[in-house]
Design a protein. Structure first.
Length: 330
């Protein structure tokens, strides 16, 4: 059978916001076999080959014991799939030569991504007040998303997640009202930290988890902490994809960018992390999920929440509202 060659444009027919697949792989090899990108696992003396539908994939996390061929990277780049190297269980996430948990991705170097959003973004980004305004807009989207997802009837029906609506509304309303008093990004960061702490406490109480203390970067002593790390890195993969699709460099952050060149990925991931990853980490921990079970659970939840759509639309909205329209013709 002759090998079929697909062009980059054909492999990008499915919009990134509509793609269904997000992969975390470990103990395998990625290669091209018969024109398809596949990952190979060893089972005894046999090698098992599994196809990756790259045209319907947003990003791939390569964990412990993985390798990838140049040919596979070429095909992934043609399809616009982001690739990240990470530790076991999805965290920490490494760049090619960095050995710290920074969010950095190997992205395909397409010259045909839109410039409109980058031009709008940089037109306000160097203004401290406008950058703060963008960060506050992101937080209001974050609040609305938490309210929508946590109070969704399907969460109560399918996940038995019976959160106290009055307590949730009180936390979110207080956070929203105090955002207008923030004078700089540090004020917003401090405020969001207090909100997230309150949300941890509320979720832990809702599912009957007991006392909880957040310990990041794989240092958690309980399953909820490990699942939070794992789910957050899946959200980072979607956020990196959203930025890449719109042509926005990860260093143009509005909140987390002072010390991390991937700060915009953190900003965008926050739009969905508390709304989806947080409750599902505790739900899965109480259900006794294994890593694979939790990964399937949270990826399914991210898809149902249209997480990538939300990220892309939020970036477009903030760029359009704060950016200079005339930059389109720059």
């Amino acid at each position: 059978m002759s090998q079929v060659e697909f062009s980059s444009s054909e492999l990008k027919t499915i919009l990134h916001s509509k793609r269904a697949n997000l992969y975390y792989l470990e103990h395998c090899r990625l290669l091209v076999n018969g024109g398809r990108v596949e990952y190979v696992t060893e089972q005894g003396s046999e090698s098992l080959y599994w196809n990756i539908p790259i045209a319907n994939t947003t990003s791939i996390l390569l964990g412990t014991g993985t390798s990838i061929t140049q040919a596979a990277m070429r095909e992934l780049a043609k399809a616009g799939v982001l690739v990240g190297f990470c530790g076991g269980g999805g965290s920490p996430l490494f760049a090619t030569t960095e050995v710290e948990p920074a969010v950095s991705w190997l992205t395909s170097q397409s010259e045909y991504r839109p410039t409109e959003y980058l031009q709008q973004w940089v037109s306000f980004w160097f203004d401290d007040q406008q950058r703060l305004n963008a960060a506050i807009r992101f937080q209001h989207i974050r609040i609305a998303t938490i309210r929508k997802r946590w109070l969704d009837a399907r969460m109560r029906r399918d996940q038995a997640f019976e959160v106290n609506a009055q307590q949730l509304e009180q936390i979110l309303d207080q956070f929203a009202s105090r955002l207008g008093q923030c004078g700089n990004s540090n004020d917003v960061l401090a405020l969001e930290a207090s909100m997230t702490k309150a949300l941890y406490k509320l979720v832990a109480h809702t599912v009957g988890f007991g006392d909880f203390t957040r310990a990041k970067n794989g240092s958690g002593i309980d399953q909820a902490n490990r699942f939070l790390d794992h789910g957050n890195y899946l959200a980072y993969g979607l956020a990196a994809t959203a930025c890449w699709v719109l042509g926005l460099p990860h260093g143009l952050a509005v909140l987390h960018g002072k010390t991390r060149r991937g700060g915009l990925v953190f900003d965008v991931a926050d739009l969905i992390k508390d709304a989806v990853v947080l409750p599902y980490a505790f739900i899965a921990a109480m259900a006794g999920d294994e890593e694979q079970d939790y990964r399937n659970r949270v990826i399914n939840a991210l898809q149902k929440a249209d997480a990538l759509d939300l990220m892309i639309e939020s970036l477009q909205s903030v760029a359009g509202q704060l950016g200079t329209k005339s930059c389109k013709s720059c």
